[in-house]
Design a protein. Structure first.
Length: 417
């Protein structure tokens, strides 16, 4: 069988033919010369209409997916079109090209598929291309997906923030958390009012009206904009963020007590105890459990805070909003009595202040469990970590959409993966 037959089987470049092939044994590369058919008129890359050939440019290389670990390189002399519609001379548009990059659509889809399973660096090494080629491929596939995705029927969203650059910067991520579709919808810089306003502008008035549930944490800027722009929706302060805030408060108590013990010249009872107090009790086993049991017998502020935290967990077992409300009243009242726990009192005050929004979780029949946003948050953090060395914010966004966007992928004649 001829190599050209194989190429024609996996591609569909109407108006072009594979003229000849040449295997470079030293470079492990298969070069394939492509030429337009005689009748083929170049298509203007500006308006997509055919025109007459104006002149020819230098020969360009385009990479197809490798075959048997041999790189496949298309060689093509680009034409320029004298376009009557645009009234200008423009470069032609060819069916395999993704633009300025040397990666073909076929190879871009191939690399982007692997770049979701491997890091971009590993993908580049595995398929013997540069990191930039992988970045170009993923960028093209993501941009295609963003243009072709459907943003209708979004009825539930989760708003979350994520830190990067050692916590110096924030990104606001908005997820769709409907049962029928869960994905990353939008990314914005920082976590200001303007950030969430920009999301609402992006969605548009009509789509905003269709949103019935919004989950977020207690961040003031978010609460403000949600009340302002998404006022028809039920706003839920979600469990994941509330628990995270409570854990933070307990940890602040622990840290200040560690310092106090040290300053008073007392033994370091709380050394390396951070995770003991943050983990759920039932998940602690073995020696750690014995250690926790011993610590709990001591008269420490951290222990008090910890017991309050464990007690707060009961909240999530309630089905009725009114019982949950009574529980919150009782719990916050008990906390407020403890003068020695200012960090926890702060949490209790915020909880009281936003009680109505927390109760919305129960009004919504716990339909929007914290697991969805938490799962997205973990994946986003992992992507951010992997993209640590990225030189631009644009590529970091591309990586996030790529892993979490659940985007449609470009259709190609043959599925290479
Ligand atoms: Zn044109």
């Amino acid at each position: 069988m001829h190599i050209k037959t194989l190429l024609n089987f996996v591609t569909n470049f109407k108006g072009f033919i594979f003229q000849n092939t040449h295997l470079d044994r030293k470079k492990d590369k298969l070069f394939v010369t492509v030429v337009p058919r005689k009748s083929n008129k170049p298509v203007c890359s500006r308006c997509g209409k055919p025109g007459t050939t104006y002149d020819h440019l230098r020969q360009r290389n385009f990479l197809l997916p490798p075959i048997w670990n041999i790189a496949v390189v298309l060689l093509y002399i680009m034409r320029r079109v004298d376009c009557k519609t645009c009234g200008k001379v423009a470069v032609e548009q060819v069916p395999w090209s993704t633009g300025k990059s040397s990666v073909t659509k076929q190879f871009a889809a191939f690399l982007a598929f692997w770049a979701r399973k491997l890091s971009w660096k590993e993908t580049a090494l595995s398929f013997k291309v540069s990191w930039d080629i992988v970045a170009d491929a993923v960028t093209w596939v993501v941009q295609w997906g963003l243009v072709h995705r459907n943003l209708d029927n979004v009825t539930a969203i989760g708003v979350d923030e994520i830190q990067y650059h050692k916590g110096q910067n924030y990104l606001t991520l908005v997820y769709q958390i409907d049962k029928h579709c869960r994905r990353l919808l939008w990314i914005g810089k920082e976590r200001k009012k303007e950030t969430l306003h920009a999301f609402c502008d992006f969605m548009g008035e009509q789509r905003n009206k269709a949103i019935r549930f919004v989950c977020s944490d207690m961040w003031k800027a978010y609460i403000f904009v949600i009340a302002d722009r998404l006022s028809d929706a039920v706003h839920i302060l979600d469990r994941f963020h509330i628990v995270a805030n409570l854990n933070k408060a307990v940890d602040e108590v622990r840290r200040s007590e560690v310092k106090k013990l040290k300053d008073d010249g007392k033994p370091a009872y709380l050394k390396n105890s951070r995770w003991l107090f943050l983990k759920k009790k039932k998940r602690i086993r073995g020696y750690a459990r014995t250690r926790l049991r011993d610590l709990l017998t001591m008269n420490l502020r951290t222990v008090k805070a910890y017991l309050f935290k464990e007690d707060f967990d009961h909240l999530w077992t309630y089905k009725s909003p009114s019982w949950a409300s009574t529980f919150i009243d009782q719990w916050t009242r008990d906390v407020m009595r403890h003068r020695s726990l200012p960090e926890l009192k702060k949490f209790a005050r915020t909880t009281r202040e936003h009680k109505a929004l927390i109760l919305n979780y129960f009004h919504a029949k716990k339909e929007f469990s914290s697991g969805i946003v938490e799962g997205f948050n973990n994946k986003a953090k992992l992507t951010i970590r992997r993209s640590y060395g990225f030189r631009s914010d644009k590529l970091r966004k591309i990586a996030l959409y790529h892993t979490l966007g659940n985007l449609p992928v470009p259709e190609v004649t043959h599925r290479f993966v």
